[in-house]
Design a protein around this ligand. Structure first.
Ligand SMILES: Nc1ncnc2c1ncn2[C@@H]1O[C@H](COP(=O)(O)OP(=O)(O)OP(=O)(O)O)[C@@H](O)[C@H]1O
Ligand SMILES: [Mg+2]
Length: 374
């Protein structure tokens, strides 16, 4: 299986430098608080679009006192472990810019590594996903969408850019040029419908994933999208929805100018998750049930793409074992093995990973070093 076979870090958070090879199986990282487990997962997460699993600014992830940082990962199979080399770095004078390379050649664009690796993650910070505001859920949905549709990164970024420019034009000191507004709104309508359509594909994919999982340890969920374009696409053609959205935007210029932002569009959408067996909204479920639902979503996403995806999926599961009882840990280890995707998992207690014996590589993390266990 294609997996991360080598990870190198330079001046990344607590790591002055690291050069670690992996066997291509799942990886367990155990160690005390503050030893660098989450940092390592975060480094890998920065190989996907956006700001990684901590939503950090790039100037915060470089090691304190260092001027820049570097992250490199080799992807490959048993025959050719270093088949593809992905790397990012940031350096002065532009610490917030990441320079990406594929096999040493500069690469750019909003979805820069999506043709090589898909990443999905769960962290303790997401434990409140179902009870907090829509924006984190939307981000979760969009990240999942990226794993099945790399073009989603381009459409999202085109939408955001056009929306920002429209807001700037509407709220600027001079009366906005109506022709400019039409151009920007046309871009928003086109990209916005692409964004909403891709999200709908993800929701359908999750439903397929649950059907494929057939696993009782993690509850099934019904996933519904709330959003003007997503809902309209359920009933009308993409071109009709695009034309309607364009009209809405043009009609709402004054309202949006007063609000200082666009009040309708796919940037306001939400993801509704219902615990299938209990027929209960996720936000009303217990803490442990919510955690199991989240893990189930990630696993359903992985299951849905198992036989079709051309790009390997790597899961980053921070502190995943802590919330699970022994049966669920056993089930998780089994499912990950069946899905055949590499997972990086962390925990403070090595004993929690007994179910992965023989199924994963296990390292103790000690002050910036990975020590093989067992
Ligand atoms: N920019 C930085 N430069 C240097 N050190 C940093 C930076 N950012 C974070 N750290 C340090 O990295 C250390 C390890 O953090 P990390 O979150 O990876 O620990 P962990 O092993 O996941 O711990 P826990 O079990 O508590 O989750 C922390 O002590 C933190 O202070
Ligand atoms: Mg941690």
């Amino acid at each position: 299986m294609i997996a991360i076979r080598r990870l190198t870090l330079r001046d990344f958070r607590s790591y002055p430098s690291l050069d670690q090879r992996f066997a291509g199986r799942s990886v367990i990282l155990s160690g005390p608080n503050g030893s660098g487990k989450t940092n390592l997962l975060e480094a890998i997460s920065l190989l996907s679009p956006g700001r990684g699993l901590r939503s950090a600014r790039l100037s915060d992830v470089r090691r304190q006192g260092a001027e820049g940082f570097g992250i490199g990962a080799s992807l490959g199979g048993d025959e050719e472990p270093d088949e593809t080399r992905l790397s990012i770095r940031s350096a002065p004078p532009r610490p917030e810019r990441r320079e990406a390379r594929v096999d040493g050649e500069p690469a750019s664009g909003p979805g820069v590594f999506l043709d090589y690796i898909a990443l999905s993650w769960l962290t303790p910070a997401q434990d409140r996903l179902f009870v907090e505001g829509a924006s984190e859920r939307r981000r979760f949905l969009d990240r999942m969408t990226l794993t099945q549709d790399p073009a989603h990164a381009r459409a999202s970024s085109a939408y955001e850019t056009a929306m920002r420019q429209r807001t700037a034009a509407l709220t600027g000191p001079r009366a906005p040029d109506p022709r400019l507004l039409s151009v920007l709104e046309t871009q928003m309508a086109e990209a916005g419908v692409a964004v909403a359509a891709a999200r709908r594909t993800t929701a359908a994919m999750l439903a397929r994933g649950y059907a494929a999982l057939q696993e009782g340890a993690f509850p099934g969920a019904v996933v519904a999208l709330e959003g003007m374009l997503e809902e309209a696409l359920a009933e009308r053609s993409a071109s009709d929805v695009e034309a309607e959205f364009l009209e809405t935007l043009a009609a709402n210029r004054r309202r949006d100018a007063e609000a200082g932002r666009a009040l309708s569009g796919p940037h306001r959408s939400d993801l509704h998750v219902t615990h299938a067996d209990k027929d209960q909204p996720a936000r009303l479920c217990s803490t442990g049930e919510q955690k199991a639902l989240l893990i189930g979503l990630v696993l359903a996403g992985a299951a849905a793409r198992k036989d079709s995806a051309e790009v390997p999926l790597v899961l980053l599961l921070d502190e995943v074992a802590a919330h699970l009882d022994a049966d669920r840990r056993e089930a998780l280890a089994g499912i990950l093995e069946t899905l055949g995707c590499q997972a990086f998992m962390t925990g403070t207690d090595a004993d929690l990973f007994a179910a992965w014996e023989g199924r994963a590589e296990h390292f103790a993390v000690r002050q910036g070093e990975l020590v093989p266990l067992g």
